[in-house]
Design a protein around this ligand. Sequence first.
Ligand code: COA
Length: 458
Amino acid sequence: MKLELDNFFNPKNVAVVGASSDVHKIGGDTLKNLLIHGFPGNIYPINPRATEVQGLKAYPSIKDVPNEIDLAIIIVPAKFVLSVIQDCAVKRVRSIVIITAGFKEAGKEGKKLQETLIQMSKKENIRIIGPNCQGITNQHNGLIATFGGYTARSGAIAMISQSGSVSGGIQSLGEDDRIGISKLVNLGNKVDINENDLMSYFKNDDNSRVITLYLEGFANGKEFIKIASDVSKVKPIVLLKGGRTKYGMKASLSHTSSLGGNRLIFEAASKQAGVIIADNYEELFDYSKIFSYYSQINGNNIFIIESSGGAGTLASDSIEFNGMQLTHLPDDIKEKLIPILPPLSVLDNPLDLGTAALNPEAFKSVIEINAENETIDIFLIILADPIPNAADVIKESLKKINKPIVVVYFGGFEAEKKEKLKFHEYGYPVYPSCDRAIKSIKVLYDYSKSKKKRLIFK
Ligand code: COA
């Protein structure tokens, strides 16, 4: 299976069947994406009505291409798909992504078409992603074989999605924070390759630190739990399940013809398998974000350094609601803090820098004093005012800390936009609220604990 899936993500020769010169068509946009993002392999446009497409020589059929084809992307109207598959079989193409819609999700005729497609691909030993999908990417080699606004930013999030909009949305949120993905697969109708195959593949993918899933239905629930139990011992899996309510199920039935099962049973089983459940789209991104920076945390003792008493109060509430701890500062540390804080400051956790916070040097000094403080498992730095140059001033002190550091930045107006990007660039995740940060830290903590336990009892 690994080698077969490698063909999808690391092909040398790719054919785009239905490639168009019109970049407003899906076949045109997909070809354009492959070209502009620097995919280093050979690209062969297939189009019976053109001799050249977007500056490349075009071939009337995949059978006419002079080289072997490792991967074919099919973007022709549904009624032509079977004949293209037949041509692929003759050409011995073994890996195909079908973007075309009009299969099981499209009623009786589509269902019949899908059944024939399955029979044909099995007979010809062809592996398929899709149909009715948005394509795939490997962000680390420029294989952006999809349409829409996907960028080529590379990162550590492996995304498997049953919706192009959800995966596109996650990539877009990541773009705002300069966080990239490693590989993306839009599953579509899952006639062959499904989330279980891909989780197994991403388990051993060095570029992927976290597997992020948006699913509306499971290809095989039992298999999912079995594979997830194994994969989550190596890297975290974050899952958002769409169609958990009566209304949601109805919507997912017409979207991907998926049937949702019992929500509570699936959630309990998933949690037992070490899968992290996101309740919504924001959580899916937030949890994937923390895991793209950190793989584990040693304990749940948080130390908060903040510029605002209000933010500290909100963070403290969230810490207690989420079953985390505020660490107690040892006396020797408190004494070292006295000279750098304004008179009458409360030496506690959260540590409110008060008026001193407007100068980021104060953050730097507090961080350095606590660099060796063993009571701390994670630092939470809350900048709840515009504090220009904070990232540049404190970055050297952050390097002295060998524990996870999470930043919350809000209420910072223009300074916040710039500073947020710098923190991300220097390697620290930034959240727009205390609650979102602490929930993400909690998930990191729970995962670390359950991973240890499951490794011990393996
Ligand atoms: N082999 C190769 N190329 C072929 C072909 C064949 N057998 N039959 C047609 N083509 C070419 C066409 O000539 C055209 O190129 P041109 O622009 O140079 O003329 C190109 O393929 C596209 O065909 P066209 O008939 O213009 O279709 P289209 O672009 O309007 O739509 C799909 C094609 C696949 C995009 C459409 O059928 C579809 O499925 N859309 C929905 C996709 C979707 O939503 N997927 C799920 C996303 S989450």
